[in-house]
Design a protein around this ligand. Sequence first.
Ligand code: SAM
Length: 434
Amino acid sequence: SKLNQNLSTFLESGIYRFEDSNFVFIDPVRVLNQSYTRFGVSPSSYYSRFFESSDTTQQQSSNSRKRKRKEKKPYTLNERERAADRRHQEAKPFLLKACESLRRATDLLEVISKLRDGSDSGSSSSKSIGSGSSSSTVEHSFIELGRVWQAPLYEITLKFHPSNDRNEAGGSPTTQSCERVHPVFNNLIVNETSEDLEAEFMNTRYILPQESSFYVLLINVFAFYIMLKSDLGQIHNLIPAENDRGFNLIVVDPPWENGSAHQKLKYPTLPNKYFLSLPIKKLSHTEGAIVALWVTNREKLRCFVEEELFPTWGVKYMTTFYWLKVNADSSLISDLDLFHHRPYECVILGQCHGEVVDSDNMSKIKTVPDNQVIISVPGDYSRKPPIGGLLKEYISGHGPTRCLELFAREMVSGWVSWGNEPLHFQDSQYFDDC
Ligand code: SAM
């Protein structure tokens, strides 16, 4: 039946489309595993938070009840809070509808409750489940490493598999494996092969998906200075020389400053004004680009994006996507109406015309329907679900879609990942033993 077909498509692709709606449920592990030929992201390391024992879940919900009680405001909302509430009230009907669709998909619910066990999570090597690689237990902080004076000297070793390494003439595959050494910081490192590669950096193994690249930005006081004072940040190294080779899809998840002091983030944040100088237009393809920007629910930030950031970038607002976060038992991670702890986040979509404005060239971007909801069980703190594949559907035309993620912490096949820690989730400890 049709229902079963949706489920089998989900088991293959990690994407479940609910009938007659703009709602999807995704399993990030299955989606990410589309990128790999030899390795597989470990479900137990991905789902580190919302598959806890029922005790902890109860604890969580009692905490949120407490929070709710505390948040009940005896006074009327101020103007900004009212504006935030208006946005919320607009979204609420279809967010509730999406919950309802999920609740009715009983075949899917059963699979969701077992996502963490990962029996066949689309990984090409899902032999053992659980611990991830045992080769490294120490996680490197690229943020820390990038701060020391020796940073420009650090090197990463890419290990080419015998079968995927072509010889100089581009002819037959060589039989011996070989290694290539590259400076790790401020350097675009490419796995141009059609197989995953292993890379070694400071005794830690990283997995690089087929046809992917990464750029680790050196963050130091000087880099801060140039990003703020001019538009000459290191991002300019990614601007294509030929103007028909820009990116068609740019996902940006900036390190926004967080209003609430109690929420400890694991990375440095930047004041809003820094993001104004990102040269989004120059990075965009002449045939146009979709820009997808992750935002928090703070009203002040939403206004900044609409009134300052998008106009400065040269990006025209298209629509907003909602990421709805659920527990393994498919309940929302918090009450929908909790003011400061909404169980959803937003991605604002816009389009950029690129440097050459030509109406014919805009044809590459299709119309994106409104009110789309992406449901998933969240991974690590502030880790976003991989929505690149869903967005690619809105880019048509010939040739492969060129994709860029700014402030990335992971790599995806076919994408350039840029940030100060794009190798973070590529550490072999996040992969099943292989
Ligand atoms: N999308 C990512 C994910 O799903 O895992 C999360 C991105 S997180 C919101 C923002 C990232 O920006 C963090 O990795 C942070 O370390 C990085 N970052 C902070 N300051 C930065 C800077 N000045 N330049 C580049 N990246 C920076």
